[in-house]
Design a protein around this ligand. Structure first.
Ligand code: NAD
Length: 426
């Protein structure tokens, strides 16, 4: 599964851009640690933002010029690492916010990298295969002096897949006249990619769910889960948790929701999903998403593409002891605080999304070693990184008496702030 997280801003984010939101969040995290405003002044903005113009000869014979970005938030700990997305509405501020978010992920999972991010403003659905290749190669040519295995490692993100990574790798290797698999992650296996990359976010969710259940001494065989959003991520999580003994009692999709306290037949539901990924529409009696989230269960996984975040009002109805977020901003700050107050352990999207960044890092380690790991080794390493990250977030939450979202951001920014201080920058 490639990185497919939506970059289309929610209404709230449109009125209050993603960069400003991110800056407010890191300001609060740094303040809670007691860092000076000079540290915030350094970290509030990426160190470097490169905007490029990429002329492409289209199939029609005309030349069309595209805009691209590559942003490096901080190299205080190590080179940048981060995705490149192809999207018609992506802005420079979106990419800057994403680079900071990736820095926080790298900090949470404790890898020696800083956050970076890139994008090309384009609609891939309107491009032919040849045009897509030309654009991928043109992007690398335009940013070549800015990137590299020890400077900034590119990774897949929205709409960018292994083929695009392969074209980019080839362009970079030809221009540098050397074989440089470590310059990019998410490559095809034969070009130095890693096993175990598929369903990275789903795996991250399952690892977090199991580790949290263990932490609160909840045997998986006694756990009942609701999967809010039965898509790519949701179906993987439902099946994997079900195989581990968890009873899946509820699911939802864009049409409605189903709940059965005795457990749903996950295989049957998977089998009956239509080409739009919808299944609840074939049942006469379906309930609303709000009703589903208020049903009895031990665990809720929010894997929907629901544009509405979980509000403080919704949070009051949640009975689950574990609430897992799969992306940024799915739970409002107030809802997170309410869930925390009521004793629900919230697993922030910063941790579950970090699985993609972790996989890019593990691929890079294999490229450095010139040795391909078995899938089991990759999965074990991913598990180790995410479990450690969860422990550090829970520790910050307990010691500093903050909710899990605040704790994740505090854990994510701390090493970057310390490294910047040790280098004598602030
Ligand atoms: N796929 C990835 O690689 C990836 C990466 C990072 C984060 N994520 C996170 O996981 C989430 C799910 O991703 P996915 O790839 O499974 O998406 P998807 O499009 O395959 O599935 C989304 C599901 O949400 C349902 N849905 C849409 N609107 C809804 C609504 N209003 N109420 C309830 N359900 C609704 C859809 O019917 C579908 O079942 C994303 O929103 C994102 O936060 C995914």
């Amino acid at each position: 599964m490639m990185g497919k997280e939506s970059v289309v801003d929610s209404d709230k984010e449109k009125s209050h851009d993603r960069l400003t939101i991110m800056q407010e969040l890191i300001a609060s995290a740094l303040e809670k640690w007691g860092y000076t405003s000079q540290v915030y002044e350094l970290l509030k903005q990426p160190l470097r933002t490169l905007t490029v113009r990429i002329p492409i000869k289209m199939d029609s014979g005309e030349t069309k010029t595209f805009t691209g970005f590559r942003v490096q938030h901080s190299d205080a700990i190590g080179p940048g690492i981060g995705g490149v997305r192809f999207h018609p509405e992506v802005t420079e501020k979106d990419v800057q916010a994403q680079a900071i978010w990736t820095s926080l992920q790298a900090g949470v999972i404790d890898i020696p990298y800083g956050g970076a991010s890139g994008a090309i403003v384009c609609n891939p659905k309107e491009l032919s295969f040849r045009e897509l290749e030309a654009l991928s190669r043109g992007y690398v040519r335009a940013i070549i002096s800015f990137i590299g295995p020890t400077k900034d490692v590119i990774a897949p993100d929205a709409i960018t897949n292994t083929q695009i990574m392969a074209w980019m790798l080839d362009e970079f290797s030809q221009l540098k006249t050397n074989h440089s698999p470590g310059f990019i992650s998410g490559k095809p296996l034969i070009l130095g990619g890693s096993l175990g990359r598929e369903a990275a976010v789903g795996k991250g969710i399952v690892i977090a769910a199991k580790a949290t259940a263990k932490r609160i001494k909840l045997p998986l065989e006694k756990a009942r889960a609701i999967i809010h959003g039965f898509g790519n991520v949701g179906t993987y999580v439902a099946q994997t948790l079900n195989d581990a003994g968890v009873k899946i009692v509820g699911i939802s999709d864009g049409h409605g929701a189903l709940y059965d306290p005795d457990g749903l037949d996950v295989d049957y539901l998977m089998d009956r999903r239509d080409s739009f990924g919808m299944v609840t529409n074939i049942f006469k009696k379906s309930i609303s998403k709000d009703e589903l989230l208020a049903e009895d269960c031990e665990m809720i996984v929010d894997s929907s593409r629901d544009p509405n975040e979980l509000t403080a009002h919704d949070a009051e109805t949640v009975k689950a002891g574990i609430y897992i977020e799969t992306g940024r901003g799915k739970i409002s700050e107030e809802a997170s605080a309410r869930l925390h107050h009521h004793g629900t352990c919230v697993i922030p999207g910063l941790l579950t999304n970090a699985a993609n960044t972790a996989l890019s890092y593990l691929e890079r380690v294999q490229n450095n070693q010139d040795y391909a790991w078995m899938e089991e080794e990759v999965n074990q390493a991913l598990e180790g990184l995410l479990e450690e990250a969860l422990t550090s977030i829970v520790d910050v939450s307990n010691k500093r008496n903050v909710n899990m979202h605040e704790a994740a951001r505090m854990a994510g920014i701390q090493k970057l702030a310390n490294a910047s201080r040790l280098r004598g920058w602030v």
